[in-house]
Design a protein. Structure first.
Length: 185
């Protein structure tokens, strides 16, 4: 149990410039990689307890609340994977070009439920603060590894914008998929 009452009791925070005893939901990293493997898809990586929980989204994320995007949970990735951009060689697992399409931080909107528990429950609600994606998103499990990614209703939702086509370049390098691909060949 975290409890900041003792912290406050010991200090006069009117007099001292030490941080106030306000609880804040901790923010963690997320990354979305565009991955041109045997089929183009987007990998959604959210940091939970020191690893990236990972989903492959065939159609990519949408900011329309009308869309439910299939997100297939895949193996956990190390946090260092979030910086990876380049070409996975032919014959290797996931062969093809990988771009860092978006990255930033997220907050768990279910404040009373840990991310670990949300994963177990099959219901995640997070607020993304990326360079491209912003606002609330829900991930809802419907069968084993199969989840749905759904934009929650807020000011960042739109039925007319397609952020996938309007953001064709890497947020890491500014390169397009073909520029990343050419560099390695
Ligand atoms: Mn992938």
């Amino acid at each position: 149990m975290s409890d900041l009452s003792n912290y406050e009791k010991k200090r006069n925070l009117q007099q001292s410039k030490e941080p106030k005893a306000t609880k804040r939901a901790s923010s963690s990293k997320f990354v979305i990689q565009k991955h041109d493997a045997s089929h183009l898809h987007y990998d959604f990586l959210i940091a939970v307890d020191g690893v990236y929980k990972s989903w492959a989204i065939p159609k990519g994320p949408s900011i329309s609340t009308k869309h439910k995007r299939l997100a297939v949970q895949v193996e956990d990735h190390p946090l260092s994977y979030g910086n990876f951009e380049g070409v996975i060689p032919k014959g290797e697992y996931g062969a093809g070009t990988v771009m860092v399409w978006d990255r930033g931080t997220y907050r768990n909107l279910k404040k009373e439920t840990s991310m670990k528990q949300c994963l177990k429950n099959g219901r995640i609600e997070i607020f993304l603060n990326g360079k491209i994606l912003k606002g609330g998103f829900a991930l809802v499990r419907f069968r084993e590894k199969n989840w749905l990614l759904i934009k929650m209703k807020d000011d960042y939702a739109s039925d007319s914008k397609n952020l996938l086509t309007s953001n064709p370049k890497s947020v890491k390098s500014g390169k397009t998929m073909s520029q990343i691909q050419k560099e390695k060949s």
